[in-house]
Every structure is written in structure tokens, then in C-alpha cells.
Design a binder for this molecule. Structure first.
Ligand code: AMP
Ligand code: GLY
Length: 462
């Protein structure tokens, strides 16, 4: 099978690497890719958001599967055009991708499907926003309703700042969603669907803020690790049953089946699990460590999803190691990323045992040197027998790489490695993390116990 991967980022580089490792996949191509992807597979300078151009490329390559990575081509209807032209596509239609492209739409689907999420109100002007802010109280959460690459959300104690963000969104012609604040650790769970069935990947945790200690503005994500040893037993099953499957059924019921990855962004609150957001694609950078552990051949899995061939009982196989991914970003990210800084040390980092270097915003200059070409430039993934070892390996790789103004967080997965993450467990009135249970519970397998967590978990969308 020949596979075409659409997108320019680190997520796509990780997908390309995993596809190359699948014996069923004969050839991998990417468009537009980046300088790192171009070192691994042929890349094609096609606009990923131009449905006609992508179809033409897929025809020319006689692709047996097209994997659409980022949200923008999904929202532009690239999957629809490919499907109409007869290609198996991994990635939802434009209509189904609304689960990510419109936060208000996602809230409506969750309400209909009975999926637990934060209480929220849509506001279209300053008075409505102010009213919603006061009804929920501080900390305030204001989200741009449209696509904003993870940067459209402001969470703040400062009412004036919250209102200013809403007003900026209105000035740009948009609406906002004002939400109740969810506290508790966050988890990203990717669920693969063929429109009917749900197959979960291993849960990961992402680090959204730019600076150590979760300080500074939100970014697309500065690092991630997997698996999450501190999760309660049965967590993955619970999310599949209470979040993913009801959403997938609701989308099918609406005549817009969801085929691709339903990215469930979750908060583990005192009152149980809540959806923070849905995305309609693999997360970036979570995909880099998640796929580093996946043993199941990726091409076959994504083809099964694209062609309606999944089963709810499908179990994926995982390497026993832990994976930690650290993002290196350019000077000025997230506000004004600087381009053109020369990157050094890539080969030394990649030569280390257990390290892989995945490119995102990179380009080759006229002399063939790798230079920064975007906000998030690279992800360095380290694999190790446990979190401490995987962190040490990843940061060993990071230490070899440099450019002028490079930024990265020093504390990716640190709290978890030090045993510092506690999950409020509403059904048992104690912290699940205190149970000291072994980490290697089979993911996605029925683990019994807490799946029926709590009667308090009623949907709260209003
Ligand atoms: P989103 O784009 O919806 O994923 O939001 C980006 C980030 O903002 C999330 O990963 C959270 O860290 C934070 N966030 C979003 N919604 C909430 C909420 N209701 N309560 C607390 N934090 C939130
Ligand atoms: N890492 C967050 C996202 O992909 O949206």
C-alpha cells in the first residue's frame, strides 16, 4: 500500500516514521512535509488546504490511503474531495471536523450525546460575555469559537483580561464560548474511529503553556509523555464508553459520521471526567511519544478506520517503555516566532540510543542547512524503561541541539516522574494515585471497578 500523508508538522513526521515501519506499507509520501520529513520520504510541494491539488497529487501517486494530519485541511474539505474521488481517507469530513472547528458545535453535540463537559455559554457581544463571566465566576475561561491552533483560549483570574479577549474575538468577527473553570489534571486520549467503532490509543499528557511550571501563554503544546501511570483503573474504558462512543454515535445519527481520530481533551475533576475540548485529528506533540510506543502497524490500522473495518474489541499492542517528547520552539514563540536560525546538533541527538528527533517548523536553506521555519521547530522523543529514564534520554537529546533563541521547557513529565500527580476519585473518596497500583495495566482492556464512576457525572451543558 502506498500512503500519502498531508501536513507539515511534527505529528506528520511521527506518522510518516510509523508508516515506514509498517511492513504492509510499500511507499510513503508527504505533502508539503518539512525538512525532516524530506530526509525520510519524498515530499510534494502541494498546498495542503487546496482540495483539488491534494486530489490531483493522490491520483498521480495512485495512493492506497491518504492520511490528513492537521485541522486546517480537514476544515477546508480536503477529506471530502479525496473521498469523492474514491480514495480511502483517514480524516473526518468537513462536517464532522466541526467538532474541532467550532467549540459551540462541539458543545451542542456533547449536550445531545450526554457527554460530560464544562458548563458553557456562547456569547456574541460584550454584554453577553460579561454576563456569562459573572455567572461562572473566576477563574474565567474564554474561548474563541473558531480554529486558533490551541491559542484562542484565555484562562485567567482577571475579569478585565477575560473580557478583553472576548472583545478581541468579537472585533475579528467571531463569537466566544465562556465556560466554567475545570480543575484537575489534563489527559489527551486519541480514539480511532471508522464512523461506528472506537479504538483508543494510549493516553498522554500535554504541556500547553510556554514556560516551566505552567506559566505564560498557551501554545500548541510544548511536550508530552505516555503512558500515564497515575490514571485510575478503567479510565480509558470509561472515556470510550461515556465520551467517545456517544459522540461517534451522535455524529453518525446526524448523517456526518466521524472517520479519523477523535482527540478527547479531558480534565479529571473532583466531580469526575470532563471534556475540555475535542479535536478532529491526532494531537501535536502527543502523537510523537504515543506513536513511539505503538507496535500495531499504523498503516493497517488507519486503513481499517478509513474503510469501515474496525471493531470495538480491537486491541492495540504497545512497547513496554515510557516515552517523553520535548518540543523545541523558536525565539519569539508563541507571539512572533523568528525564522531562519540555523539548527545544529541534529545528527548527534538522533544518534543517541532511544532518541528520535521529529521535525515540525524546519526548512533547508540554500546551503542545505536546517533552519527554523515556524513556532514549534522540533520534538525530541526519548524512550526508557520508566519516566525518569525516558526524561533523561529525551533531555540528553535536547542538550545536543541548539540555535539562537531556542526555547524549551525543562519540566516536561517532571511532576509525574516525581509521583506528584493526584487524581480526585469521586467514586471512592480518595486519591487513586495513592493506590500504588502497577503501571502496566493493559490499555483499553476492561479493568473493572471504576467505569461507573459516579452519579455526579451528569452532563452539565446548558
Ligand atoms: P482548548 O483549546 O479548549 O483545549 O484549551 C486550551 C487549554 O486551555 C486547555 O488544555 C486547558 O489547559 C485550558 N482550558 C480550556 N478550557 C478550560 C476550562 N474550562 N477550565 C480550565 N482550563 C481550561
Ligand atoms: N497538543 C494539543 C493539540 O494538538 O491540540
Amino acid at each position: 500500500m502506498k500512503v500519502l500523508v498531508i501536513g507539515p508538522g511534527g505529528r506528520e513526521h511521527a506518522i510518516v516514521r510509523s508508516l515506514q515501519a509498517d511492513p504492509y506499507v510499500t511507499e510513503v509520501h508527504a505533502a508539503p512535509g518539512n525538512a525532516g520529513i524530506a530526509q525520510d520520504v519524498p515530499v510534494h510541494a502541494v498546498d495542503a488546504q487546496d482540495p483539488g491539488a491534494v486530489v490531483e497529487l493522490a491520483r498521480g501517486l495512485e495512493a492506497g490511503l491518504v492520511v490528513v494530519g492537521p485541522e486546517a485541511p480537514l476544515a477546508a474539505g480536503v477529506s471530502d474531495a479525496l473521498r469523492e474521488a474514491g480514495f480511502p481517507v483517514f480524516g473526518p469530513s468537513r462536517a464532522a471536523a466541526q467538532l474541532e472547528a467550532s467549540k459551540a458545535f462541539a458543545k451542542e453535540v456533547m449536550a445531545e450525546a450526554g457527554v460530560p463537559t464544562a458548563m458553557a455559554r456562547v456569547a456574541a457581544d460584550t454584554a453577553e460575555a460579561a454576563d456569562a463571566l459573572d455567572s461562572f465566576g473566576a477563574p474565567y475561561v474564554v474561548k474563541d469559537d473558531g480554529l486558533a491552533a490551541g491559542k484562542g483560549v484565555v484562562v485567567t483570574e482577571d475579569r478585565a483580561e477575560a473580557l478583553a479577549h472576548a472583545e478581541a474575538c468579537f472585533a475579528a468577527g467571531g463569537t466566544v464560548v465562556v465556560e466554567e473553570f475545570l480543575d484537575g489534571p489534563e489527559v489527551s486520549l486519541f480514539v480511532i474511529s471508522d464512523g461506528t467503532h472506537a479504538v483508543p490509543l494510549a493516553p498522554a499528557q500535554d504541556f500547553k503553556r510556554i514556560f516551566d511550571g505552567d506559566e505564560g501563554p498557551n501554545t500548541g503544546g510544548m511536550g508530552a509523555y505516555t503512558p500515564l501511570e497515575w490514571l485510575p483503573e478503567g479510565f480509558v474504558d470509561e472515556v470510550v464508553e461515556r465520551v467517545a462512543l456517544p459522540t461517534i454515535r451522535e455524529m453518525a445519527h446526524r448523517g456526518t459520521p466521524f472517520v479519523g481520530v477523535l482527540y478527547c481533551g479531558l480534565a479529571l475533576t473532583r466531580r469526575g471526567v470532563r471534556v475540555i475540548e475535542f479535536n478532529a485529528r491526532f494531537g501535536d506533540p502527543e502523537t510523537q511519544p504515543v506513536l513511539a510506543r505503538l507496535k500495531t502497524p499504523l498503516g493497517r490500522l488507519l486503513l481499517a478506520a478509513a474503510t469501515g473495518g474496525l471493531d470495538d474489541a480491537d486491541q492495540l499492542a504497545w512497547r513496554p517503555e515510557t516515552a517523553v517528547g520535548v518540543v523545541l520552539a523558536s525565539a519569539g514563540y508563541p507571539d512572533a516566532p523568528r525564522k531562519g536560525d540555523v539548527v545544529s546538533g541534529l545528527d548527534e541527538a538522533a544518534a543517541l540510543d532511544g532518541v528520535s528527533v521529529l521535525h515540525a517548523g524546519t526548512a533547508a536553506d540554500a546551503d542545505g542547512r536546517i533552519v527554523t521555519a515556524g513556532g514549534r521547530v522540533l520534538a525530541v522523543v526519548g524512550l526508557g524503561p520508566d519516566l525518569r529514564a525516558a526524561r533523561a534520554t529525551a533531555y540528553d537529546g535536547v542538550a545536543r541541539i541548539s540555535w539562537d533563541g531556542a526555547q524549551y521547557r525543562r519540566d516536561i513529565a517532571q511532576k509525574a516522574a516525581e509521583g506528584g500527580i493526584a487524581v480526585p476519585d469521586p467514586s471512592r473518596g480518595r486519591h487513586a494515585a495513592d493506590a500504588g497500583r502497577p503501571a502496566a495495566a493493559p490499555l483499553g482492556a476492561s479493568q473493572g471497578g471504576s467505569a461507573d464512576a459516579s452519579a455526579e457525572n451528569e452532563t452539565e451543558v446548558r
